[in-house]
Design a protein around this ligand. Sequence first.
Ligand code: ZN
Ligand code: ZN
Length: 799
Amino acid sequence: MNSRVKILVRGIVQGVGFRPFIYSLAKSLNLKGYVLNSSKGVTIEIEGDNCDTFLQRLPREAPPLSQIMDIEVIPMPYHGYQDFQIFKSEDEGSFTLVSADVSVCQDCFRELFDMNDRRYLYPFINCTNCGPRYSITKSIPYDRPNTTMSVFRMCTDCENEYHTPEDRRFHAQPNACPVCGPHVELRVKSEKLKINEKENPVKETIRLLKEGHIVAIKGLGGFHLACDASNEKAVNTLRLRKRKSNKPFALMAPDLNTVKKYCNVSREEENLLTSMKRPIVLLTKKEALLPEGVSPKNPCIGFMLPYTPLHYMLFYYPLNSELVTRHSLPVTNFYALVMTSGNIAEEPLVIHNDEAVAKLSGIADAFLLHNRDIFMRVDDSVVRIMEEKETEIRRYGNTEKSNISDSPSHRFGGSLSFIRRSRGYVPDPIQLHDEGPDVLGCGADIKNVFTLTKGSFAIPSQHIGDMENYETLLFFEESLRNLKSVYRVKPVALAYDFHPMYLSTQWALRQEDIQKVGIQHHHAHVASVMAERGMKEKVIGVSFDGTGYGTDGSLWGGEFLIADLKGFKRAGHLKYIPLPGGEVAVREPWRITVSLIRDAAGDEAISYLKSLDFIDTYGERKIQDILKIIDRQQFSPLSSGAGRLFDGISALMGVCDKNTFEGEAAIALEAIAVPGIVDDYPVDIQLREPLEIDFSQTVLKMIEDLCKGADKGTISAKFHNTLSTVIMRVVQRLSHVHSIKDVVLCGGVFQNMYLLERTMRNLSSIDMTVHIHEKVPTNDAGISLGQAYIIRERIKGAA
Ligand SMILES: [Zn+2]
Ligand SMILES: [Zn+2]
């Protein structure tokens, strides 16, 4: 008896070797019919005796890069197919998922360094299991003509592979070889730098890097600026030319063992580093084996492993050909390369050859270019693993804890946390828990990411960047256009941040023929965690960051909200502190210290400032001026930002008095906190509506400790503990008043692992259910998901 079924597979099923897999499976079961890519996903018809077996094996044996979200099976009448075939893609005008870019696979890696392979040392080797995807896809379905590979005509050999179902490159859209595919080219900025035109450009690049030069290297989603990380002079030159801040550089190492030489690497971190998504993983430095200039005064360092064939060639290109044997890799050319984003002054990543030469000439001495166009720029992703302290508690047998820790909300041992979700992860959608209309969340201005929703999916964009220049706005528009067309999203509403000066807000307000809704910054933070978990009921939101525009026009950032998707009530906040000079105070946190001390000590402020050497360090005149503008409430916007409190405390302790990049002072303060301290400082909760948390006592006690010469690591730990305890006390009170047990911790301040872990432990101990981000960053890059979730729900409610 012949039976026939039609199967619709939805999910990430295009560009991941799905059709060849279906083809071989059907053939092996002697089934007839066809498979094709449609804009809905993959459509299959099978006819024969083994349909059931086919349906069982399909989800079990699907290719590693695919992500099946849904399989629909429709019984059909007998047709009489003669063979099993792969049909041309059809476009049905609906929606499919595009794969993110993936690192080179083991098979391609082996061929890359196999002297007898026709792709030996070919920097664009790829197959259906690996290579570029999102960054080269212009539209769907994902077929070669819709990618930037369309300009390369395959040679006979490649063509054969492409059409042979048994081949690893069957329908590999970016398939290429040295005969027919893209090529690299090395250019120097000035004639003075001699290169041998006859040599392989990669080999010459390695020589330049070894000589200490800086080379702009075109990668997968954009350019990197590279130098030899072990060359102190080169690192310092790059820092001097590229940025005027202490922001750490990302590093690339040839393999895991080399990373382990420099950093402590846990098993989870190992898995992340070697995953095909190849993010930058933040790791703790072992000892000072690398120049300080790589990540100044920072206990962490971001490492990634090579993810393109070209990266691997930089490390393993055989400089001395006699040493190469067929089956062993040559010795690595570098232990680590600095691979920092190829951009200037916080502009978007450079992706075009001419753009690179024009914009990066002030930084790079040479350019390693290639002629495969990047369509979508995507920065490297940055992630870290939450430490395993909680797991230890579990391991040592606190049964009560272990019960709590098993629920997903409490898996804080070894769970993934995003700092930046971009290459390798975008455009993977985030599954929402129900269906809804198409909407757009525009995000905020720092670390902008926008989010589109479609059906039951949210699609966060790649990292767009700080919306402080025209180029970033253009990149925002370009990515939005692209994601809207690739996913066929037609937003009926958009949400923006209340901040009137945000470029993203101004852009949103200019849009026509669309419903526009402003969402308060910290409310959006809370809703973003709710979106990840499909929550809709009221929660206690602890939303801590540097700055977000409040409904009273002040700068919020230490907020306790009773929130759901309909709205929120501000139930508590950190006490307002004037920021003398506004933006200047954000860059120079010692000004915030002056403000904190004025608030805590009143007329005695000067004597406290003297005891901290502030008068000697910053000058009596300047301090007096600052006190004056604080008292007259001039140029001193009020802030309840927890991030600003960290800034002020960091400068008070003499840890860091300048923010050359966002979060620097706070990171430095966390870095010195010693573990194992249980003490707190006193802190007041003013019982009014909303509750107000006053750190005056904390500040005075800290100064006392400092003057007594107490250990700064202990003082920092005690400050962290104080904040964590006060969060617990406020939450406990709000939980009691509002009968809510669900607590959301969100905002950039919770990137502080010491604070986050301690707060989660404290809240668990008073029986709260704690929710934090796992799928998008907790910093402002997570805002747009929350915005989108709120208006999507409101539209559904109104319909
Ligand atoms: Zn491959
Ligand atoms: Zn070819």
